[in-house]
Design a protein around this ligand. Structure first.
Ligand SMILES: Cc1cc2nc3c(=O)[nH]c(=O)nc-3n(C[C@H](O)[C@H](O)[C@H](O)COP(=O)(O)OP(=O)(O)OC[C@H]3O[C@@H](n4cnc5c(N)ncnc54)[C@H](O)[C@@H]3O)c2cc1C
Length: 507
């Protein structure tokens, strides 16, 4: 237990002494004297995992509050006018297949709180220098048909994962456990545990098929010669068909707003502008769940951990950083091949070889001259996010962790390569390097948006073998630094909350 006293028998204490800051709209049952009963759980951080954890606890009728350091809630799932008034950009996440596939989000009535999904015509576009574009469509069959010589490979490889998904979902989107479908899992695992580069060369024969798979696997933020990059490529590609690479109307903030509205309806609350400096200053609660990666967790709770656990967290490995640019444009991106406008997501990196070189360079601490660029053009499908005829575009590339290199020219050069004249459309830019990302969210150490490298060693046992638990009774970790890792899905929060409910919140 974090606090030893039995809060149920304690008299109600003034709200200010519990959270150190009164908030409008407090919904925890203030009595006539302006006091609230003690809390069951405090969540530090309002990212999608923190909010999911709070919701799971509030669903049981327990009292929970989320404390968020920033003035706006949502962590990696926020939107803001980063460039010009009326242009709504996604600060971090933009495309949300995992939010749609997530068992916890699927179970919540988020549409009742205004969340509306937009499915682009195609899930992904990957242009090549010869003018062709490899597209992922919503169905495996349509995608395979367009891949010509790779049609059968795509149906077998990606179609196989899609077909097996209902049997492997629990293992892929959760911590290690006894599999209910060991044969399906073993079949998936044998492919998933391979490096993407050799896997793509073996399974696909066309430039388009190989490059497309390499681009998807590069979301792993690992060199494509490392396992389990094939697994990350397989799962993300399968998500295009299982769930869709969709965008929320109004931007990522709509996901957060719906989660918060639901949490409030359950009696929970979110307090923003409340950076937690030490767990010792938290209001009394039986459980504290930290939506934090190891480095910021050590800052607020390191003094309470035994040396061994502290060292294990200190050894946790962060991965590459990210350099991100948002543009306000006076028109759509002028793609050489208009097929690129069929998808919100466009991967710009040319061939498998080129993408593999870019990722390897960043991992090894070098700045790639032609970085692999991930681009999202949401206003083609959601015009509400910019003034009439105008557009927002979001893109990033991977860089060495903590890099201070200015990647703006290289990123714009990559876009111009497939969309000549792009720069002429720019009205304004917002640029965020690794240090800016970390300043806005302590979890992204050195700009690592994955809250830790997804190496094999850190895949199943993030951030330590304890996953959600810590040696301090009642203190849990619920961030993307726990399984199943990066992405807007809330599953880390879901599992951490269930751990707390089965331990310190049992009665
Ligand atoms: C540039 C970028 C692009 C991305 N693109 C996508 C995408 O397209 N699709 C996708 O699914 N995912 C994407 N992601 C990843 C996704 O955003 C994260 O995996 C996800 O947000 C992790 O959620 P979380 O709840 O674990 O933590 P976070 O979202 O990181 O939230 C943690 C919260 O804790 C708060 N906090 C930190 N320290 C304290 C403290 N001491 N006191 C109080 N609060 C604190 C932070 O301010 C933050 O709000 C992207 C991330 C970035 C940065």
């Amino acid at each position: 237990m974090l606090r030893r006293c039995c809060h149920r028998r304690e008299p109600h204490r003034p709200i200010e002494s519990q959270i150190g800051r009164a908030t409008a709209g407090w919904a925890l049952g203030i009595d006539y004297a302006g006091r609230v009963p003690p809390l069951d759980a405090v969540v530090v951080g309002s990212g999608p995992n923190g909010l999911a954890a709070a919701i799971v606890i509030a669903q049981t009728g327990r009292r929970v509050v989320v404390l968020e350091a920033e003035d706006t809630p949502g962590g990696g799932c926020r939107s803001a006018e980063l460039t010009l008034p009326g242009f709504v950009h996604d600060v971090c996440s933009a495309v949300h297949p995992f939010a749609l596939a997530s068992p916890v989000f699927r179970s919540l009535p988020l549409h009742a709180y205004g969340l509306e999904w937009i499915e682009p015509t195609a899930m992904l576009a990957h242009p090549l220098d010869d003018g062709r574009v490899a597209l992922i469509h919503r169905t495996v069959a349509a995608t395979a048909a367009a891949l010509e010589r790779d049609a059968r490979a795509y149906s077998n490889v990606i179609g196989g994962v899609v077909e097996a998904w209902p049997r492997i979902e629990r293992q892929v989107l959760g911590p290690l456990g006894v599999p209910r479908h060991p044969i399906a899992l073993a079949r998936f695992g044998l492919q998933a545990l391979q490096p993407a580069e050799s896997f793509a060369r073996r399974r696909f024969t066309t430039d388009g098929g190989r490059a497309m798979f390499a681009g998807i696997a590069a979301h792993s933020m690992l060199p494509l010669t490392m396992p389990p990059t094939a697994g990350i490529g397989l799962v993300l590609a399968a998500m295009a068909h299982v769930a869709g690479w969709s965008i929320p109307r109004g931007g990522a903030q709509s996901v957060t707003n719906a989660l918060i509205a639901h949490l409030r309806a359950l009696g929970g609350e979110v307090v923003t502008g409340r950076a937690v400096r030490s767990i010792d200053e938290l209001p009394e609660a039986r459980a504290v769940l930290c939506d934090l990666s190891p480095r910021p967790l050590l800052r607020i709770a390191g003094h309470r951990f035994p040396t061994r656990f502290r060292r294990a967290l200190e050894r946790y490995r962060y991965g590459m950083g990210v350099f991100k640019v948002d543009w306000a444009l006076d028109g759509p991106v002028p793609w050489r091949n208009p097929e690129c406008a069929r998808s919100a997501t466009v991967h710009l990196g040319g061939t498998l070889q080129e993408i593999a070189m870019s990722e390897r360079a960043s991992w090894k601490g070098h700045v790639a001259p032609n970085p692999f660029v991930l681009l999202v053009q949401p206003t083609l499908f959601d015009p509400s996010r910019a003034p009439a005829g105008r557009h927002v575009v979001w893109a990033y590339c991977h860089v060495p962790r903590g890099s201070t290199a200015d990647m703006l020219p290289s990123i714009e050069q990559q876009i111009d390569r497939f969309a000549p004249g792009f720069r002429d459309r720019v009205l304004a830019r917002s640029v965020m390097g690794p240090a800016d990302l970390e300043r806005h969210n302590a979890n992204y150490v050195g700009g690592d948006i994955g809250a830790g490298a997804t190496t094999l060693a850190q895949f199943f046992t993030r951030p330590t073998w304890r996953t959600y638990s810590t040696p301090v009774g009642g203190l849990y970790i619920c961030s993307a630094s726990t399984p199943p890792g990066v992405g807007v899905h809330g599953m880390c929060g879901y599992f951490a909350a269930h751990r707390a409910l089965s331990e310190v919140l049992r009665d």
